[in-house]
Write a protein that binds this ligand. Structure first.
Ligand code: AOF
Ligand code: ZN
Length: 335
């Protein structure tokens, strides 16, 4: 299974919209007769790749798969039938499939008389597809809220200027994190104030080939010449103020699993109040302003014992010398 997990996480395999999956086929004596991994939506599933390598040697073999074999005919599949047809005798699964469209493979295998064992290295398998797993389980995308702040918690000076709170190395680091998500989100306020393009660019400021969906939330009309509406990436304007409704729409209608929230204080506060921030990335710059806009708007909290509490999961210094910023990764501690 460790080998199958390593195959699943092969470099270059896209994180969206399909899960990363690995499969190893073992003969009775433990020798590997086939291996495969999924290369992204529209390509063969991991099991099909491994069966192709094994050919006749799949008969009587054990299939080790990081995800329950699918039971549906989508872009490809169903893999449960392919394993049965190839004469595989036993299937070992790390993670049950949380995707309602594809699940049920385990039952199909059992009904066909195969031996099935599930639950091996499940946590590791779920981590390989963290956002995908979360989205299918919760019916909404995983939300990463990112913001940059001065040492005294300001994200803009009192004249409204906010470019650039974080240093260049920190902004490059942000583009790496944006590239791991399938959706970039801001509110209409940020589009009005900053006119961001919201694309993912490399170190030379060139846009990457696979751009996340750009989403602007709020019912204010926006001029079509805003950069977010250019043709560098697709864009959706969700005319709602309800974060939960927006997220459900992104999951159900746009197949989105991981939102990178880069909105201003109003949008951030709305998401925090709704309890739909799952991870926080904060870049803290060694600047002092003494006045200016806070990184997050009003949360209705008046007393320290009511503070929204988070747990730091990682601390990294990004950049050097006067360019050094501290990047904190945090997760809200659920009450
Ligand atoms: C994968 N790769 O190796 C396995 C998957 O759109 P489709 O037809 O490719 O189906 C995608 C679903 O199939 C996916 O969400 C998951 O539930 C299931 N299994 N998917 O992309 C694989 N085994
Ligand atoms: Zn499949």
């Amino acid at each position: 299974m460790r080998r199958a997990l390593a195959l699943a996480a092969s470099p270059g395999v896209p994180l969206h919209p399909n899960p990363r999956v690995g499969c190893v086929l073992l003969a009775d004596d433990g020798t590997v007769v086939g291996e495969g991994f999924h290369h992204g939506a529209g390509t063969p599933h991991a099991e099909v790749e491994a069966l192709r390598v094994a050919g006749e040697r799949a008969r009587g073999a054990t299939a080790i798969v990081t995800l329950e074999p699918c039971n549906h005919t989508g872009r490809t599949g169903p893999c449960a039938q392919a394993l049965i047809a190839a004469g595989v005798r036993r299937v070992v699964i790390a993670q049950r499939d949380p995707n309602p469209l594809a699940s049920g493979g385990m039952e199909t295998l059992l009904e066909a008389g195969l031996e099935v064992e599930a639950g091996l290295l499940t946590d590791e398998a779920e981590e390989v597809n963290r956002a995908w797993t979360f989205a299918h389980r919760n019916g909404r995308p995983f939300v990463t809220w990112k913001f940059a702040t001065t040492l005294d918690g300001r994200s803009a000076a009192s004249d409204g200027s906010s470019r650039w709170v974080s240093s260049l190395p920190a902004r490059r680091d942000t583009h790496l994190l944006r590239g791991l998500c399938d959706t970039m989100m801001v509110g209409t306020g940020t589009v009005e104030a900053d006119d961001p393009q919201l694309t993912v660019r490399d170190d030379d400021d060139r846009p990457l080939a696979n751009q996340p969906l750009r989403v602007v939330m709020g019912d204010r009309d926006l001029p079509a010449e805003r950069r977010i509406f250019d043709d560098a990436a697709p864009t959706v304007h969700l005319r709602t103020h309800d974060p939960v409704e927006a997220l459900r729409t992104l999951y159900a209608d746009h197949d989105r699993h991981h939102v990178f929230l880069e909105g201003g204080p109003t949008l951030a506060a709305a998401f925090l109040k709704a309890g739909v921030v799952d991870e926080v990335v904060a870049y803290v710059a060694p600047l002092l302003l003494g006045s200016g806009r806070s990184a997050v708007g009003r949360l209705g909290i008046r007393s320290i014992d009511k503070a929204l509490r988070l747990e730091i999961t990682d601390t990294t210094v990004v950049g050097e010398g006067t360019d050094a910023n501290v990047r904190l990764l945090l997760r809200p501690t659920r009450k």
